[in-house]
Design a binder for this molecule. Structure first.
Ligand code: ZN
Length: 262
């Protein structure tokens, strides 16, 4: 009998340690993480802001767990869908957001947990830490380090290349996976700049190496609408090519596809 109790205890302990994380790519820059009874949305957009042409298709926002949280890197509408988040988070969910954007996000009727740069916020077994990013329009933007069950992820919104990757990598690495923008977009201004407003495929590979990340999940690509929005053409092929040459793993999930980390 004693042996049976011990065995059951051992199984229970093992099960607790081995709780897996499911990573699902959503539309555009969106990612959904599920661990035990908690769902975390990052830059999740379920509202059709692409007039029926969402790159890779529009994935609806759904949560099957008891708890759900949302993170946003910044408040541009391809990263912050207040109507969609309101619906999927319901009465109990929170948006965790850098303090600079907290008032704005709260003004859209969402419950907010403000976060300071480099200071972790603990919710539902997760730790969420805002780390530096640089927005292509000079707006407020952060990247998010998400830690759960010994696994760490980084979501980089649509940041420009910057000088903090190595510091983030030394502080939090190795990462299981980094969700990195790759489309090197130029967005219509007058005059149209030649410089890009989000990371290019080559820069994403550089960032992944400095982050000490095991793999890139490319986000924020597949939309070309000249002259208003011009991205690096063949961004995914360029990424795969660059990554292969430098021995970096890429998990190019399409929207709605998922993988699990045990
Ligand atoms: Zn964007």
């Amino acid at each position: 009998m004693k042996k049976l109790v011990l065995l059951l205890l051992l199984i229970a302990t093992t099960m607790q340690v081995a709780a897996e994380v499911t990573v699902e790519k959503l539309t555009w820059a969106g990612v959904k993480l599920v661990h035990e009874d908690t769902t975390v949305f990052i830059d999740a957009v379920g509202t059709d802001i692409w007039d029926g042409n969402a790159p890779g298709g529009l994935v609806p926002l759904t949560a099957e767990t008891g708890r759900s949280y949302a993170l946003i890197t910044h408040a541009h509408n391809d990263h912050f869908d207040f109507a969609g988040l309101k619906e999927v988070l319901g009465e109990r969910g929170y948006v965790i957001v850098h303090e600079d954007e907290a008032t704005y996000v709260a003004s859209r009727g969402l419950r907010v947990v403000p976060a300071k740069m480099w200071v972790p916020v603990a919710r539902g077994g997760f730790l969420f830490t805002a780390v530096p990013a640089v927005d292509g329009f000079g707006d407020s933007q952060v990247s998010w380090v998400v830690s759960v069950d010994g696994k760490r992820y980084l979501h980089a919104g649509d940041t420009l290349w910057h000088g903090e990757w190595d510091k983030i990598g030394r502080q939090f690495g190795p990462f299981q996976m980094a969700f990195l923008p790759i489309n090197g977009a130029r967005v219509l201004r007058d005059p149209m700049p030649k410089s890009v407003a989000s990371m290019t495929p080559m820069q994403a590979v550089d960032a992944n190496i400095l982050l000490r990340s095991n793999a890139i999940l490319p986000i924020h690509y597949g939309l070309n609408d000249p002259p208003y929005y011009e991205e690096v053409s063949n961004s995914l092929e360029l990424l795969l090519d660059e990554a292969m040459q430098r021995n970096v793993k890429v998990e190019a999930l399409t929207p709605g596809q998922q993988l699990t980390h045990p």
